[in-house]
Design a binder for this molecule. Structure first.
Ligand code: PFF
Length: 451
């Protein structure tokens, strides 16, 4: 069997974890959900949900991962031998591969849009050639499938490099650049004439907009954004060296993730307001509305908006890739450690699985649009299965495992590096893991059922 690798130092851990957390969830999902749910008020609830509900789950996953030094299934087998917890491990190896399958379809859209931006297709053209492009593109057969194939192949290419030379190197190289790029776009967007409304929308919370639905969607967003409940953070956690501080890694990742989401909000909302478009435009906000805005702005200085469009879609693509590799690695670590496969073979198998499922998801916007599962298209069905059910269920199980199955002293040992670190924060973290996070997840479940 190939030797198990670890991440280098503290910064490497945070950048790899932040790479997983920061992705389409921040740039594509967060702005439109915030737009639908009332802007600033939603952001405040989302930040609270990230620290009170999501961070304890994050800690639970890193505690299990680092203590066992194993993939998700191996961890359960080692820490609860001969029990049904193994099935939770299996579920959390399969679910990230399903998420990756449809995530890769949207990742593929960003590949296509980057090519379009590079060909200057979003600037200086009649607006009707842009409106309608998105729906024409996603419902066609070959182009989105090709884009999905390129995205999976890029992801597999990084994974082949291994933990240090693939995942760690790519995240270390790209994460600082991503922050820089999103700041550039946010500054550009805020400086547009008429952008003020967008800035106010994000900064002046309207608390009358907060309802039970807002709270549930803020929790769901925090969950998805921190990559929780699907064994990803557990697997990355298993690559954290024994001397690193889990509290620092978790808080660092959450802060990076939240900051990036808010920056993405500032990159998108002011431009949306400047163009006189409604903020609650839904999932099409990034792929439908923004090219329209880039084009509109390009009427005055075409090359600037062309460059902004290129930077924007490159940012989405790279952010999606650093998240995709974290999901891919869960399956690869499992196949290598439990089935004795080489990294190459494991990569090929996971890639093929995700490609086939993703193929169905991609076609479900076009030729397979008539196929429905529980009244939903294949893409929507898998998305809601994972986001609404499998991810919260995985998260719930991880917190129950750490809060109720492991002994308190084992948990404290792992979290404080055998009590070498400052232990003052531990009682609060333990309380959140044992009581608050599980109750919060059950609320998310109930709201998915009832709302
Ligand atoms: N956190 C990623 C995002 O916000 O785009 C999505 C994600 C990555 C979900 C990894 C789940 C996962 F395992």
């Amino acid at each position: 069997m190939e030797k198990r690798e670890n991440f280098g130092g503290r910064l490497s851990v945070i950048l790899a974890m932040a790479g997983s957390a920061i992705g389409l969830g921040n740039i594509w999902r967060f702005p439109y959900v915030a737009g639908e749910q009332g802007g600033g008020a939603f952001i405040i609830v989302y930040i609270l949900a990230s620290f009170i509900l999501a961070l304890p789950i994050f800690f639970s996953e890193t505690i299990i991962g680092r203590r066992s030094g194993s993939n998700a299934v191996g961890a359960m087998k080692k820490m609860a031998p001969g029990t049904r917890w193994k099935w939770i491990g299996i579920m959390t190896v399969i679910s990230p591969m399903i998420v990756l399958s449809y995530y890769s379809v949207v990742g593929g859209w960003s590949v296509e849009y980057l090519f379009k931006a590079l060909a200057f297709d979003f600037t200086g053209v009649p607006s009707d050639s842009i409106s309608g492009f998105f729906s024409r593109f996603i419902s066609s057969t070959w182009e989105p499938v090709l884009a999905h194939t390129i995205f999976i192949a890029l992801t597999a290419g990084i994974i082949l490099g291994g933990v240090k030379k693939g995942i760690e190197k790519f995240s270390k190289l790209t994460m600082p650049i991503l922050f820089l790029l999103i700041v550039v776009i946010a500054v550009y967007s805020i400086c547009l004439p008429g952008a003020r409304g967008g800035v106010d929308y994000l900064l002046k919370p309207d608390f009358s907009k907060i309802s039970a639905g807002t709270i549930a969607s803020a929790m769901g967003q925090a969950f998805f954004s921190l990559s929780l409940g699907v064994g990803t953070i557990l697997t990355y956690g298993s690559y954290i060296r024994k001397q690193e501080n889990l509290m620092v890694s978790g808080v660092g990742t959450a802060v990076a993730d939240i900051s990036f989401a808010i920056l993405a909000g500032f990159a998108i909302m002011p431009a949306v307001f400047a163009a006189g478009i409604q903020p609650g435009a839904g999932p099409g906000l990034v792929f439908e509305t923004l090219p329209f805005i880039f084009n509109k702005m390009g009427a005055r200085i075409p090359w600037i908006s062309a460059v902004v469009a290129i930077i924007f879609f490159l940012t989405i693509l790279v952010a999606a890739l650093t998240s995709a590799i974290s999901m891919f690695e869960v399956g690869v670590a499992y196949l290598m450690e439990e089935k004795g496969k080489s990294r190459k073979k494991a990569t090929l198998q996971v890639g093929l699985f995700c490609w086939v499922i993703g193929l169905l998801c991609s076609l479900s916007f076009g030729p397979l649009s008539g196929v429905h599962i529980f009244g939903k298209s294949i893409f929507d069905f898998l998305d809601s299965l994972c986001s609404n059910w499998l991810m919260p269920l995985g998260g719930l199980m991880f917190t129950l495992f750490v809060g109720w199955k492991m002994s308190r002293s084992d948990v404290e040992d792992e979290f404080t590096n055998h009590r070498k670190l400052n232990r003052r924060g531990f009682p609060l973290v333990y309380f959140l893991i044992r009581y608050i996070a599980p109750v919060g997840i059950v609320i998310v479940f109930l709201s998915n059922l009832l709302l």
